[in-house]
Design a binder for this molecule. Sequence first.
Ligand code: PEP
Ligand code: MN
Length: 341
Amino acid sequence: MIVMSADATDQQVQHVEERLAHFGLGAVTLHGQERIAIAAIGTNALEHLEQMLTLPGVAEVVPISRPFKLASREVRPTDTIVKIGNVEVGAGRPLVMMAGPCSVETLEQTVTTAKAVAALGANILRGGAYKPSTSPYNFRGLGEPGLEILDEARKASGLPVITEVLTPTDVPIVVAVADCLQVGARNMQNFALLDAVGEQRERPVVLKRGLSATIEEFLLAAEYILARGNPNVILCERGIRTFEKYTRNTFDVSAIPLLKRLTHLPVIGDPSHGTGKWYLVHPVALAAVAAGADGLIIEVHPNPDLALKDGAQSLTFDNFRTLMVALPAIAQAVRGMPMIN
Ligand code: PEP
Ligand code: MN
């Protein structure tokens, strides 16, 4: 990490970037509040550390010890705020609620849900048009017509939309409609997809923790996106696979404060996939917020019994209302506490 002096000029910054390119190193320039820092990326970065110190405008060169660099608090100590449409996520901003069906099924189902969750205080509409499916025989989403439905639902509800992108080739078409891209748990280590969502800068990305991913693997997956130049990444704890069978996944509540200690990126919780049971969503949602989550993503369906996917973990409108009533007290109580880095 090359930290420039407070009065460094644009030319001096450019000079450093050119010198890094000369050494075959990548450069990601980070504009902080007071100074500019340039992350030198490459396995041989440490070799050239001393040489970079001699360049005009360079204040100091700091080696970063974590395997993930751009995601680490060492590189950026202050919380990153990620904007989805006009909604800000992170850095103590009000709790962001993303809600909607697991899958876009019909225009009516999606628009009805969008309006209902908007009326109950949700900030962002979720819904999958492209669905990852463990079995090839299960519902795999409506595809492009599903994106059109999401567009209608955004207009009808006024909510920005988050939806999953499954392949690098689908990125442009999803970017054209979605306000935020979702990389699902099963794709957390799809490195071609991480590169593709990192190369586009238009849309932020919610990256979900892989089914059996360690925290380090999770942060290294985020690093792929950041290293490609997209700084707007939100991490989502959605449960991991353990020996326990009563729940679909084991929601790792400790991941939330741990991630917030290690990274400046916003962290949200997904108690729907994290538990797989609608009656566990409410208490685990409260726990995630108590643990410091910047937001939640919750599955809501007009009639969970009829849902084509994830009905057992979807909240009815009434249950979502009950959750929205319970959350503010927890959010307020925790946000009064300082976050320990
Ligand atoms: C989803 O959000 O509907 C989904 C498939 O989530 P995950 O990737 O966490 O399983
Ligand atoms: Mn789902």
